[in-house]
Design a protein around this ligand. Structure first.
Ligand SMILES: NC(=O)c1ccc[n+]([C@@H]2O[C@H](COP(=O)([O-])OP(=O)(O)OC[C@H]3O[C@@H](n4cnc5c(N)ncnc54)[C@H](OP(=O)(O)O)[C@@H]3O)[C@@H](O)[C@H]2O)c1
Length: 265
């Protein structure tokens, strides 16, 4: 049977990378839904899209991803990252579609000293992490055919507003860069993640939690250094500490997978 993959939140940075991947994977029918066409906070909007396209799979890239704003507007973040995900699961179950839901390293508290695996317990520190952890929990307890794919520190080189592009913009504008050096994670390109999601869908079950991140463990400062070196930019770069503020982020949240895909082996 030909697979139909419906991508929600298609105008975000991961959605756009999946759109690029889709041009190379034409044996699949791809449907890209922006927030205007499919709003995950509205059951009717989800049902209408599913009635129209009959997806076999849904990759949920729709999310409230502004970590700072989530702290100020936790109800708004919850409406999308938790209750919206709940609505999407119901419709996926109703249409017997497989859900691939994206989640984050921010579900962890950063207390470990080795990378987080699929077996580690969540303990989110901030509103964004809490709403994402609650969304994951709904997927895992209510989804009939469902994956949670946790990823971290996403960047797209070609599009969107992200750390990678903002470092390049500032360097090219001649700014001296001050970048935090006390948060550690695994920066991950949306191109690599899009490929992984495709391979996961091709592999099929077991359902459950999967981690996907690139393997290099970095601070934001060391990542900025790599970006500048890759572009041969000699910009002055200074390491700084995270500002003291109400918003708490995990200081250490690299992800690693102990569940390789069959086609990794
Ligand atoms: N960015 C990261 O560093 C990072 C790290 C770890 C995990 N993740 C996870 O990876 C996934 C993809 O992230 P991303 O960086 O691609 O996010 P993104 O660029 O912020 O894109 C999210 C998209 O979702 C849309 N959206 C928001 N509310 C919606 C709703 N109610 N219904 C439908 N669409 C809605 C947004 O549209 P509007 O722009 O119109 O709001 C946006 O196009 C998310 O689940 C995120 O939590 C991201």
């Amino acid at each position: 049977m030909v697979k139909t993959i419906l991508v929600t939140g298609s105008e975000g940075q991961l959605g756009k990378s999946l759109r690029i991947l889709a041009t190379k994977k034409e044996q699949i029918r791809w449907v890209f839904c922006s927030r205007e066409e499919l709003d995950i906070t509205k059951a009717e909007s989800i049902e209408n899209a599913f009635k129209k396209y009959h997806p076999t799979h849904c990759i949920n890239c729709a999310a409230f991803t502004n970590v700072r704003l989530a702290e100020a507007e936790p109800k708004l973040a919850e409406a999308i990252n938790t209750h919206g995900v709940g609505k999407l699961i119901s419709v996926c179950n109703q249409f017997k579609a497989t859900l691939v839901h994206l989640s984050t390293d921010y579900v962890f508290d950063g207390q470990k000293t080795t990378p987080y695996t699929e077996e580690d317990l969540v303990n989110p520190l901030n509103a964004y992490g809490k709403t994402k952890a609650a969304g994951e929990n709904l997927v895992l307890t209510q989804g009939r055919k469902a994956y949670v794919v946790r990823t971290s520190w996403l960047y797209a080189k070609e599009h969107g507003q992200n750390f990678y592009r903002s470092i390049l913009d500032k360097a090219r504008a001649g700014e001296v860069l001050e970048v935090v050096n006390d948060q550690t994670g695994t920066p991950t390109s949306t191109t690599a993640l899009a490929n992984y999601l495709y391979r996961l869908i091709q592999q099929g079950p077991p359902y459950g939690i999967y981690h996907f991140a690139e393997s290099k463990i970095q601070t934001w400062y060391s990542f900025a250094k790599d970006i500048l070196a890759a572009h041969k930019l000699m910009t002055e770069l200074r390491p700084i500490s995270s500002p003291k503020e109400k918003l708490i982020r995990p200081s250490y949240s690299p992800l690693v997978s102990i569940k390789p895909l069959e086609n990794d082996l």
